[in-house]
Design a protein around this ligand. Structure first.
Ligand SMILES: Cc1cc2nc3c(=O)[nH]c(=O)nc-3n(C[C@H](O)[C@H](O)[C@H](O)COP(=O)(O)OP(=O)(O)OC[C@H]3O[C@@H](n4cnc5c(N)ncnc54)[C@H](O)[C@@H]3O)c2cc1C
Ligand SMILES: NC(=O)c1ccc[n+]([C@@H]2O[C@H](COP(=O)([O-])OP(=O)(O)OC[C@H]3O[C@@H](n4cnc5c(N)ncnc54)[C@H](OP(=O)(O)O)[C@@H]3O)[C@@H](O)[C@H]2O)c1
Length: 614
């Protein structure tokens, strides 16, 4: 007889460990077949290798449709809406958004002065560029229009359910489904829907937060967050307080100073003001920076435009060194920014002293802020660093006891940057909205590569924790993350997989890498930023631990060994092999030899590697 071997257990849904010892079968050696029953002797001969395996009567490429929900239709959700239907055969995609159109950030942020702070030609998809950007740094509405046009071009709207807010996501372990509870905002009704896989794309800054100073609710004037700007509010001639000197506060203060009678600008901490994001670019100006006629003409030539784009976007992939602690770029940056600040503050040494931070540049996200420092020097603006103590019905009192009366307060106080989702995402005993918070069970956004969390099967995040950011571009990052997730979805739907979850061990190893990496960067220095959840000294979770090129490489090929799997109906992992057929070969018109191409069109690097031509 042949030797007995242990096989992995037939894997049942809900049992995570596919490597547990399973039933023992006999491997019968050819020579040991019973002498009386040989195939050549007997037409009714029984194949003597009994098995419980049940062949599924379906072709291997008869793919299981997957119901996938994306929560959010900003740049991340649009990217998913464009790429997933193309990259994942059979996907049934629904994109939920509480707004009435796609665009996220660029739909909601309509405050005066809102515009891109990186060049428009880098803040677009890689696959559907706009050669007609009107300015080097587009205003908010032009960015919104661009992304909405991309969504229309790729039919994303047909997958969207607008004015629909996701209230909660609950993993049903018996069904292996996510149950989304959604609110139809117009009808004010809620309903549950089931999905095989969910992807959060709800944005870092979407959950904007108001400050909670004593008395704020008694303030009788106009009060809003800048991300919730009231289009009917006319700032002209008003006394306005602006709170916060992040990128939003800098933009809105600069714009309001020109319209308001007076601006009290509350900036409790210092911040660096840069000339531009990228030393290879010309410095930002406050006024629009339109393209010349010749440039616009050149952009119509695809080759010239591509060369321009590659040069520009390439320079954003080369600025990683800037974030490294004690690097030459950091030192040069600090000197350069200090000089810019001095010049723009009109050589006002006292103001300069008040504004130049003790922490290095790139500890917080850089803020170019054209026109901001000039605005600060104007007579109708008071720059206030003394912390706010409380609000009154008519204004704001700082700790030093000064009461300043205003007609309106615009809070650019940022968002809920602990990155915990703003609605419960619950699996077993864990809830990401609670357990990613500092006092939660994980205490920080505990993720595998910023994309998944152990114990949360079939749940991924686009631009969640550890997004690309210090180099590269946001749209490129969303595309590479979406493509990685597409690979998982293809694997799940085509290989009989019911659940995929990153292992705790792989996740802990990633966290250990982050903990070793971030001390090398300026982000670990003492400042408050959304990289550290607004808590100096806290674990960095707002950015990828490496360069954008590094992240691109990491995401190119999933490390399948880092995941735990369960299979459909508790089947043997090879249930998906089906009945040995492909649907393709049953179609007389299909191309069964896609690898045969003109020799000139063959690139051996991708020979036999194209998933889509199978
Ligand atoms: C004012 C401002 C300016 C910025 N400028 C730049 C810049 O110049 N360059 C740059 O690189 N980055 C910039 N950013 C960062 C910007 O947010 C990202 O670049 C990018 O737009 C994020 O896209 P997103 O799709 O991930 O998130 P978002 O654009 O925030 O979209 C999230 C979407 O999710 C939806 N959503 C959230 N919760 C729910 C729910 N429970 N149910 C249903 N829908 C939900 C929201 O309605 C929203 O539409 C800026 C951010 C802000 C706030
Ligand atoms: N295109 C652009 O130029 C642009 C514009 C807007 C936003 N963005 C993007 O969005 C990100 C977020 O920008 P953001 O400005 O909205 O948020 P942010 O960078 O987090 O800044 C929030 C600001 O509010 C202050 N603040 C928070 N709570 C406060 C309180 N209770 N009292 C007083 N001040 C308080 C913070 O001060 P402390 O630092 O002291 O905590 C900080 O100055 C940016 O980093 C950028 O990525 C880009």
């Amino acid at each position: 007889m042949g030797e007995a071997v242990d096989l992995p257990a037939a894997t049942h849904f809900g049992e995570g460990n596919v490597n547990a010892p399973g039933p023992t079968i006999d491997l019968v050696a050819q020579d040991d077949l019973p002498a009386t029953k040989k195939p050549e002797d007997d037409d009714d001969w029984d194949y003597p290798y009994p098995t419980d395996f049940k062949i599924r009567e379906r072709a291997i490429d008869d793919i299981r449709p997957l119901k996938v929900a994306v929560i959010g239709a900003g740049i991340s959700g649009i990217t998913a809406g464009v790429l997933l239907p193309i990259k994942v055969p059979g996907i049934q995609l629904t994109i939920f958004d509480k707004n009435s159109d796609v665009g996220g950030t660029w739909v909601e942020n309509i405050y005066p002065g809102v515009r891109c702070d990186i060049p428009s030609h880098c803040y677009q998809s890689t696959y559907s560029p706009n050669v007609n950007w009107s300015e080097e740094y587009a205003q908010g509405h032009e960015i919104r229009n661009y992304w909405q046009s991309v969504a229309r071009k790729f039919n994303v709207h047909s997958k969207c359910r607008f004015r629909t807010k996701v209230n909660s996501a609950q993993w049903d372990a018996d069904k292996s489904k996510w149950i989304l509870n959604v609110l139809d905002i117009e009808a004010a009704t809620t309903a549950d829907s089931e999905f095989d896989f969910i992807i959060t794309a709800n944005g870092h800054f979407n959950e904007w937060k108001m400050p909670s100073y004593p008395g704020i609710e008694t303030f009788k004037g106009h009060i809003r967050h800048s991300s919730n700007w009231d289009p009917n509010f006319d700032p002209n001639g008003k006394r306005i307080a602006t709170i916060g000197n992040g990128a939003s506060g800098i933009q809105v203060t600069t714009a309001l100073q020109k319209q308001a009678a007076h601006v009290d600008h509350y900036a409790r901490n210092k911040t660096w003001i840069a000339g531009s994001f990228n030393p290879s670019q010309r410095e930002r100006q406050e006024t629009a920076m339109p393209f010349s006629e010749q440039q616009l003409k050149d952009f119509q030539d695809p080759e010239k435009y591509l060369a321009f784009r590659k040069q520009l976007e390439g320079s954003f992939f080369r600025r990683f060194e800037a974030i490294l602690r004690d690097s030459e770029t950091t030192r040069i940056g600090a000197d350069r920014f200090k000089q810019i600040m001095r010049e723009r503050l009109g050589d006002d040494a006292e103001l300069l002293e008040k504004m130049v931070p003790d922490f290095p540049p790139f500890c917080r996200r850089l803020t170019p802020g054209p026109g901001y420092l000039e605005a600060i020097t104007k007579d109708n603006l008071t720059f206030i660093q003394d912390p706010i103590d409380h609000f009154t019905e008519t204004g704001i009192v700082t700790k030093d006891g000064v009461h300043r009366e205003v007609d309106a307060v615009i809070c650019s106080t940022g968002a809920n940057v602990d990155f915990a989702p703003p609605f419960p995402i619950v699996a077993g005993e864990y809830d990401l909205s609670r357990d990613w918070k500092p006092d939660g069970k994980f205490g920080f956004p505990y993720t595998y590569l910023g994309l998944f969390t152990p114990n949360f099967p079939n749940c991924a995040y686009i631009l969640g924790p550890h997004p690309p950011g210090t180099s590269g571009t946001v749209p490129h990052g969303a595309e590479t993350q979406t493509t990685y997730i597409a690979k998982l979805l293809r694997k799940i739907s085509s290989q009989g997989i019911r659940t995929m979850t990153p292992s705790k061990r792989a996740t802990d190893d990633f966290v250990a890498y982050c903990d070793a990496f971030f001390p090398r960067t300026n982000m670990s220095r003492k400042c408050s930023s959304w990289y550290n959840g607004g808590r100096p000294g806290a674990r960095i979770h707002g950015v990828w631990p490496g360069s954008a090129s590094h992240l691109t490489r990491v995401l190119r090929e999933p490390k399948w060994e880092d995941f735990e799997y369960t299979y459909e109906k508790g089947e043997n992992r090879f249930g998906f092999l089906g009945n040995g057929w492909t649907l393709k070969e049953q179609d007389p018109d299909s191309d069964l030899t896609p690898w045969l191409r003109l020799e000139s069109e063959n690139d051996l690097k991708d020979l036999h590697e194209r998933w889509w031509d199978l």
